[in-house]
Design a binder for this molecule. Structure first.
Ligand SMILES: *Cc1c(COP(=O)(O)O)cnc(C)c1O
Length: 380
């Protein structure tokens, strides 16, 4: 093993069960598994989310929908992103529900000429996809509901600042969507109203409606980029490498490209086979730390494409083969995706999404390996 991402599917199950518990019986959970399940592997993440109680899944692209169906996932599936004719036909082949926000979107569906379950998206303040004018959005609902072979399935919005308790856009978006949702519901009683991402799910019961769409929390990460423990969430992913060599360094000798790390004392330097091609970011001036033998040790010098150096210290006893934790626990120490994100000036989402395709994903259930196909269990 060179470097690996180990994903505990039982943690995903527990996180989804916790979210379901938070929202109560009247609200369904749609687990967002876009971007290969935020780097955790879309099919195993989807399967675990369904075991944990999710009855819907969401992705962004038609290709992601196809991949889930090929993986044997049977749940209700929503494609959130915009779709051209070709993508739309792929999404419908995958029995996915789709989102529209203008007449062109409805026209495209009619051109496809096939039955489709459609959600109308209101832009209540995010300022990207969605229909800004609630009256126009209501008209779209009416048009879809009365135009065979289309069916009006849902009415939705997306929050821009649910992760920021001090921002006043969130309550404004919520009140706009609530008012519009009431109008939609009056005319189309069966429609599923949904708005909440992870932050809104955890923070605001009034945002739960019929369905919540958590992503980051499903994987046990904190939507506020603080400590997942605060919400009882359990990080599902560990990112592990190994020492491939250990050797002494004398004062004045350097490590890596550009001599960015020069020893000021005799020390021992470990080389770890994980670099920026694997998702260890090179940009920051302070490259940060990893865990070795339950100790925090600094990354020494520039991150290379395939490797990093770590300063193990003069008294280090570790030999090649020792475990190096990039994200996860080792003894009493832990490095969370949130810790890495803060150092990089980004968010936890980007940390796990950036773990490269060269890093194998190994799935386990509380330590018991789950076969790659994973078809043995949870195919309820
Ligand atoms: C990604 C996404 C979500 C999930 O957001 P999290 O912050 O990860 O919970 C929900 N809804 C839409 C439309 C999204 O694109």
């Amino acid at each position: 093993m060179r470097v690996v991402a180990r994903i505990n599917v039982a943690a995903i199950e527990r996180n989804v069960a916790l979210l379901q518990d938070r929202v109560g019986r009247g609200t369904a959970v749609c687990a967002v598994v876009k971007a290969d399940g935020y780097g955790h592997g879309a099919v195993p993440a989807a399967r675990a989310a369904v075991s944990g109680g999710a009855t819907w899944l969401a992705v962004v692209t038609a290709g992601e929908a196809t991949a889930l169906r090929r993986g044997g996932i049977d749940a209700r599936l929503l494609v959130l992103g915009p779709l051209d004719d070709e993508d739309l036909s792929e999404a419908l082949d995958a029995r996915a529900e789709v989102v529209v926000w203008d007449d062109e979107g409805v026209d495209r569906l009619l051109r496809a000429g096939r039955p489709a379950d459609v959600h109308v998206k209101l832009d209540s303040g995010m300022g990207r996809l969605g229909q800004r004018d609630p009256a126009v959005a209501l008209g779209l609902c009416d048009r879809i509901a009365t135009t065979a072979p289309l069916r009006l399935s849902g009415a939705m919005t997306h929050f821009a600042t649910a992760d920021d308790p001090d921002d006043e856009l969130f309550p404004l978006q919520l009140s706009r969507f609530t008012a519009w949702g009431e109008d939609v519901r009056r005319r189309h009683p069966g429609v599923v109203l949904h708005a909440a991402n992870s932050a809104a799910t955890l923070r605001e019961p009034a945002a739960h409606f019929d369905l919540v769409r958590p992503g980051i929390a499903v994987y046990g990460m904190d939507p506020m980029n603080r400590d997942p423990d605060d919400h009882g969430l359990e990080p599902a992913l560990e990112w592990i490498a190994r020492l491939s060599s250990v050797k002494p360094l004398e004062p004045g000798e350097s490590v890596g490209y550009g001599r960015r790390y020069v020893a000021d004392r005799p020390t021992r330097i470990g080389t770890v086979q994980a670099g920026y091609a694997d998702g260890v970011r090179r940009a920051p001036v302070d490259p940060g730390e990893v865990l070795v033998g339950g100790r925090r040790v600094p990354i020494a010098g520039r991150v290379s494409m395939d490797s990093i150096g770590v300063d193990l210290g003069p008294d280090a006893a570790e030999a090649p083969g020792a475990t190096v934790v990039l994200v996860g626990r080792d003894g009493d120490e832990r490095i969370t995706a949130e810790d890495v994100a803060r150092r990089l000036g980004t968010i936890n989402y980007e940390v796990t999404c950036a773990i490269g395709p060269r890093v194998p994903r190994e799935h386990h259930r509380d330590g018991v390996p789950v076969p790659a196909s994973g078809q043995d269990d949870a195919r309820s």
